[in-house]
Design a protein around this ligand. Structure first.
Ligand SMILES: Cc1ncc(COP(=O)(O)O)c(C=O)c1O
Length: 400
């Protein structure tokens, strides 16, 4: 899909950070547009003059607009969206809806996000959950048929949870095929869409998931401190609710009882950074206007170019595997520490991030990787910025 230079210049002009840095850390946190930061600033000004609760009252319509924008992004309606402070907070709310018993099984992928792997271990320790990593396909990424076989052989599987795009690798996992397996066996399914939202089109019902969690700050280009959770009609009808539901999620209806909210609000917390909610809504609107498919397509094309050019550098190994690759490029340099390389690049005005062995231990240990750098372009980046990255790395690598 061709995007002309004029369009790229507009996107860059609407992104103040482009004038200051070569920002290739969109998988960490992308640069916000002026529209997003103005929405946040305007609301903070209103809170300053009108009062916190009163500002929320005055901006009810705009706040509702944020839910509508996120719902559009996920192919659903606002009643299925809970706004949270991060993707992890969204996942934890969803996971706490399950009363895991000793011996219950949770199936996940070998590439799943670091914090979730830790949380699965914690579930194992505290609740006796048997955490099983589904096998990978030979080319990388979860094998949906492997998930199907696990579900067939173990009726005690309570949940399947898969990172669509992992944090430490460029793989795009086939979450739709895993969803079909979960549907076949009636097992609740969570999709971690944290790195996917803003990069891939999302149709939550087509994925056949019960829950889908995401963050605001990555490819969606929203503010830090935001995330959201999609909850399916099936999960709401089943009566799923978080363990530590609060007075936003429920009404205290009599001294001994409470009534959960009928919709996704059940999964929210009372206290809210409304300024950020408005920023998140603005980011979702901007993403939809810019076009997820064409922007994601450009980010993927830039990532392909980055892989090609980085792999030509001395000692470089591009680590990304899989049938379909995302905008996350992970590259290790023989004998070089990823964190040091990132610091050296930052000193030259280039933002990247280090990926360490323990971020993706199951994957990296099999390949003997200790550390790498992650380069994650988005659609507003350019090949000219890669020229600067490559020149900087050539200089850093030559200096020993
Ligand atoms: C694949 C993946 N899932 C989940 C998360 C968690 O997102 P958050 O930091 O918003 O909780 C991240 C963050 O890097 C991630 O890369």
């Amino acid at each position: 899909m061709m995007i002309d230079d004029r369009q790229i210049a507009i996107w860059r002009a609407e992104t103040p950070g482009c004038a200051h840095r070569v920002h290739l850390n969109n998988a960490g946190a992308a640069l916000m547009t002026q529209r997003v930061s103005s929405a946040i600033r305007d609301y903070i000004d209103l809170e300053t003059t009108a009062g916190g609760y009163e500002a929320a009252e005055l901006r009810q319509e705009q706040i509702a607009g944020s839910y509508a924008a996120i719902a559009t992004l996920c192919g659903t309606t606002p009643g299925h969206i809970a706004i949270t402070s991060s993707a992890t907070a969204a996942f934890v709310q969803a996971a706490s809806a399950f009363d895991f018993q000793p011996g219950d099984m949770l199936v996940t992928s070998r590439l799943d996000y670091t914090s979730y792997q830790i949380q699965y271990l914690s579930l194992g320790e505290r609740c006796g959950v048997n955490v099983v990593h589904a096998p990978d396909l030979p080319e990388g990424g979860i094998d949906p048929q492997g998930v199907r076989e696990l579900l067939r052989s173990n009726p005690r599987c309570r949940m399947v949870s898969v990172s669509w795009i992992p944090t430490h690798a460029g793989t795009i996992q086939d979450v739709a095929a895993v969803g079909a397996a979960c549907e076949e066996f009636g097992v609740p399914y969570h999709v971690d869409a944290c790195q996917a939202v803003g990069q891939l089109p999302v149709d939550a019902s087509a994925l056949q998931c019960d829950y889908l969690s995401a963050t605001g700050r990555k490819f969606l280009r929203g503010p830090r401190g935001t995330g959201f959770l999609y909850i399916s009609a099936r999960a709401l009808e089943r009566g799923d609710r978080p363990l530590y539901i609060d007075m936003r999620g429920a009404r205290w209806s009599s001294p001994g009882a409470f009534e959960p909210a009928p919709d996704a609000k059940r999964f929210e917390e009372w206290e809210f950074a409304y300024a950020l909610v408005l920023g998140l809504g603005e980011a979702a609107r901007y993403a939809v206007e810019a076009g997820i498919e064409r922007c994601g397509g450009r980010a993927h094309a830039l990532a392909r170019e980055a892989r090609e050019r980085l792999s030509a550098l001395p000692g470089a190994t591009v680590l990304d595997r899989g049938r379909h690759l995302s905008a996350l490029v992970t590259v290790a340099f023989k004998g070089r520490d990823g964190s040091e390389l990132v610091t050296d690049l930052a000193a030259r005005g280039i933002n990247t991030v280090a990926t360490l062995r323990w971020y993706g231990m199951l994957d990296f240990d099999a390949r003997g990787v200790e550390s790498a750098i992650r380069v994650s372009p988005h659609y507003y980046n350019t090949s000219a910025e890669f020229d600067l990255l490559i020149a900087a790395l050539e200089e850093i690598l030559a200096s020993g």
